[in-house]
Design a protein around this ligand. Structure first.
Ligand SMILES: *[C@@H]1O[C@H](CO)[C@@H](O)[C@H](O)[C@H]1NC(C)=O
Ligand SMILES: *[C@@H]1O[C@H](CO)[C@@H](O)[C@H](O)[C@H]1NC(C)=O
Length: 300
């Protein structure tokens, strides 16, 4: 599909067509691609794992603010040369937007509204230059890559309407710029990660019945128990204070205590010396103290 002449492509927008079949791994040869929009097609298969070879997207800096093209050629009998700034329209934070004066700064992947299956490849977390990522409205499963927080430049992330099915990644809270996060209509669970800006902007989490924490009305289990309440909450009312968890904590406590002393002595040489030196000292001291006391008593 991709000839050598295409390898310098910086923008590829094929949205709103009827393309079908899977994404060829040759896509990853587009090392200079900045904007990749294959949204609203009928593309199936998985997202290729080789995404980390999209070199431009793995870099945070942009070489220029605009994307310029030069024109050279004959025009109306004369020879002209010049250049122009490229422009592109795409979905940006949920709205159609046209970019021209800052198109060069935009680094975006939009594969939304297709029939992609499988997991989001963890290689995507190498694309640290990405400003916008839209994988929504597919049939993606599995989990959100745990290092998604590496995408520090992300301003917009849309993973909604998939079948993503895992604890929501707390590393999302590391993305300070994230102004739009849509993870709705998946099967995510856990506490919503709240980052530096996360309270103030536009977040959609709905349709994940097991997500909890602000801004959702459902509070997380750890938060439900206030400071004055007992540590062991027994919701079923069947057994008393002593539950399986209680035995496990006794066991754990014992193990930690014993291992804390013996383990340190076993593992740490200098600690071992200090400890036994101290015992020797204590022994001598007690002995001396006892001897002196005995002498005193005898002298009376
Ligand atoms: C999408 O692809 C499926 C087969 O994968 C086909 O049955 C369907 O007609 C296609 N839809 C469109 C809108 O092209
Ligand atoms: C993602 O793409 C869908 C269309 O496929 C669009 O409706 C949605 O608004 C986009 N999300 C963002 C955050 O731009």
């Amino acid at each position: 599909m991709l000839g050598a002449s295409l390898l310098n492509l910086t923008i590829l927008i094929l949205q709103f067509n009827n393309f079908y079949g899977s994404i060829t791994p040759q896509l990853c040869h587009l090392t200079r691609i900045q904007l990749l929009d294959l949204s609203r097609n009928n593309i199936s298969g998985t997202i290729p794992k080789c995404l980390n070879s999209l070199t431009t997207l793995t870099q945070k800096r942009s070489s220029s603010q605009t994307i310029q093209h030069s024109i050279l050629g004959d025009y109306l009998g004369g020879y002209i040369s010049g250049c122009y700034d490229d422009e592109a329209s795409l979905t940006w934070k949920g709205f159609r937007a046209k970019f021209r004066s800052n198109l060069g700064l935009l680094k975006s992947i939009d594969l939304s509204s297709n029939k992609l299956i499988g997991e989001i490849p963890s290689e995507i977390t190498y694309l640290v230059g990405l400003i916008s990522l839209n994988l929504s409205r597919n049939k993606l499963t599995g989990q959100i890559p745990s290092r998604i927080g590496n995408l520090q430049e992300l301003e917009s992330l849309d993973l909604s309407r998939n079948q993503i099915n895992d604890r929501i990644s707390t590393s999302l809270s590391r993305i300070a710029r994230l102004g739009k996060l849509d993870s709705s209509e998946n099967n995510l669970f856990g506490k919503i990660p709240i980052g530096t800006q996360l309270q103030s902007y536009d977040y959609a989490y709905g349709g994940n019945p097991l997500l909890c924490g602000a801004p959702l009305p459902r509070t997380c289990p750890e938060e439900e128990k206030g400071p004055g309440q007992p540590v062991l909450v027994n919701q079923d009312g069947q057994d008393g204070l002593i539950t399986q968890g209680y035995y496990i904590s006794i066991g754990l406590g014992f193990a930690v205590g014993v291992w804390g002393v013996c383990g340190t002595l076993l593992l740490n040489r200098s600690c071992r010396y200090t400890y036994f030196n101290f015992l020797n000292f204590l022994n001598d001291w007690l002995y001396a103290k006892a001897a002196i006391t005995r002498q005193r008593i005898l002298n009376r």
